[in-house]
Design a protein around this ligand. Structure first.
Ligand code: FB9
Length: 495
């Protein structure tokens, strides 16, 4: 460090001022070393003036580094097309880059599609060779030679998440009122030898910096999702709700669908929407007396309902699956509450993972955390549901919510919940709700007159909004940047 200090002062002797980035390049040392030397010199008094400057730069993301190493997605797709051509579906299997690379290579006119080919669309090379300008540009960005990169290309690389904008601080330094081209090395420690030999008398000691902060001790960090979960849990507890035991991701179709009066032909019960378990494929333990009542209400009706009039299948109800909603747990808890004689009102909540075999996109994964609240008591009405939901969201700082009639197989009436988003300047769906149907509650044995109101939302959506995450994969999954977990502040939902 001392030699960098000397170099900085000697440079300043011949120059009026210099930016620390230019000086680091001139001295061929890391910029942070020059910044360290500047800080060290500043602690000696008015030797130099240092004016802070915030700069913007670009750095490669992991995906950008992949491109530098292996070529752009479109170049890799072009290389994957043999002279005789290749079936489109086969080309799309060549690697994770294929989907993006294919459309980019088509846009660039490097490949073409023969839709008339036998056996489906065939991809052929349209040119003999290509220049991978994306890779070339990213190599320049890696070497911080940004002057050759156009704004259009930069924006395209950012959109493709190949580069990210970074800010860093540099310093414009100049001679201070007490400038000297060399400074005696300051001691930072008074040693026993200095005292015994008296050499401390000829030395200068660095002043204590009583403003310096302690080193942040290494500690654990909660993931934003868990911080938001803690906030929602606190809100439910404040409202007098008890958390349901949701520690069973695997559930029978009976509890996940049949007990909720969701018919066995319902599309949501199809393998395209639900993950069924192959081993163990079936559940075997059911409260058979209750199960028979469920069979009846589905097939023949009862309790004032005409039912669905189909031949209800026990085999279908036995099928194990990954629960598609925490409402399956709500059903178990309401059935359990119905066994208590006399019935006592209950207020339950759950916040846990659910699984749906759906199309994935930037904001949806095949699993998410569902938040659900339920109240069962005599004579609860839609007004109680609206009031409870209002109170719940009021604790999140959300007022003036709106309700829109909706449909759920297990609640009637049902309502979607909306709130006006100041940022987006539009109403945003913030949840769903309803009153559980008598065909669900009465076969459980709940007394006549007992109604159950419930509502639900997801944990990921509010977390993404709170932490300004646009792609859910930046919040959850193997590509999450752990630094995001370390850096994010404690979550405070508006009270
Ligand atoms: O969470 C959702 N949106 C949301 C929630 C909060 C938020 O910000 C916070 C206030 C600060 C912002 C947005 N939604 C429900 C609405 C949409 O995001 C929707 O597109 C996605 N939905 C999920 C299901 O989609 C497959 C969110 C999830 C959801 C939907 C319905 C329920 C639970 C979760 C339910 C229920 C229910 C209904 C009746 C009885 C019992 C449970």
């Amino acid at each position: 460090m001392a030699d960098v200090v000397e170099s900085v002062l000697q440079y300043l002797e011949k120059a009026d001022s210099v930016d620390s980035v230019d000086l680091a390049n001139h001295l061929n040392v890391d910029h942070q070393k020059v910044v360290g030397a500047i800080k060290s010199i500043q602690s000696l008094g008015e030797v130099i003036n240092a004016e802070q400057k915030v700069n913007k730069s670009l750095e490669l993301t992991d995906e950008g580094k992949e491109v530098v190493e292996h070529g752009s997605h479109e170049a890799r797709v072009f290389k994957a097309v043999p002279e005789q051509g290749i079936a489109q579906n086969e080309l799309m299997e060549t690697g994770p880059y294929a989907k993006i690379g294919f459309s980019k290579a088509m846009q660039a006119g490097w490949i073409t599609m023969d839709k008339s080919a036998e056996g489906g669309p065939k991809i052929l090379k349209k040119v003999d060779s290509i220049t991978d300008k994306v890779q070339e540009c990213l190599q320049l960005i890696r070497d911080l030679r940004l002057d050759g990169i156009s704004e259009k290309d930069t924006n395209d690389f950012k959109k493709r998440k190949l580069v990210q904008e970074v800010k860093f601080t540099s310093y414009v330094i100049s001679k201070g009122s007490n400038f000297s081209s060399s400074v005696s090395k300051q001691e930072v420690e008074l040693t026993p030898e200095m005292i015994s030999k008296g050499t401390w008398k000829e030395k200068s000691f660095k002043e204590y910096n009583f403003n310096s902060l302690g080193v942040m001790p290494p500690c654990g960090h909660l993931h934003p999702l868990l911080k938001v979960r803690a906030e929602y849990r606190q809100i439910f507890l404040e409202m007098g709700f008890t958390e349901m035991p949701t520690n069973n991701f695997i559930e029978s179709s009976f509890w996940n669908f049949d007990s909720l009066f969701q018919p066995q032909q319902h599309p949501a019960r199809d393998a395209h929407d639900t993950f069924f378990i192959s081993d163990p494929a079936n559940a075997h333990e059911f409260p058979m007396e209750y199960l028979e009542k469920v069979r009846q209400v589905h097939s023949k009706g009862g309790y004032g309902s005409q039912g669905y009039g189909y031949d209800w299948s026990l085999d279908e109800a036995k099928k194990n699956l990954l629960r598609t909603h925490t409402t399956a747990v709500t059903a178990r808890m309401l059935y359990k509450a119905a066994q208590q004689k006399p019935f006592k009102p209950v207020k339950y909540f759950s916040i846990d993972r659910v699984f749906r075999n759906e199309n994935l996109d930037d904001t949806h994964l095949a699993e998410f955390h569902q938040i659900e609240g339920v109240v069962a008591d005599y004579g609860l009405t839609l007004g109680d549901l609206i009031g409870t939901i209002n109170a719940f969201f009021m604790k999140l700082g959300i007022k003036n919510i709106k309700f829109k009639p909706a449909y759920n197989p297990y609640t009637e009436p049902s309502m979607e919940v909306f709130s006006y988003h100041e940022g987006l300047k539009k109403l945003v769906e913030i949840g769903n709700s309803g009153i559980f149907r008598p065909e669900m509650l009465l076969p459980m044995g709940l007394p006549e007159g007992v109604t159950a109101i419930a509502w639900g939302l997801s944990l990921e959506r509010p977390t993404m909004i709170k932490y300004k995450v646009s792609n859910i994969r930046d919040l959850i999954g193997p590509k999450v940047d752990l630094q995001m977990v370390y850096d994010n502040p404690v979550c405070r939902l508006d009270k």
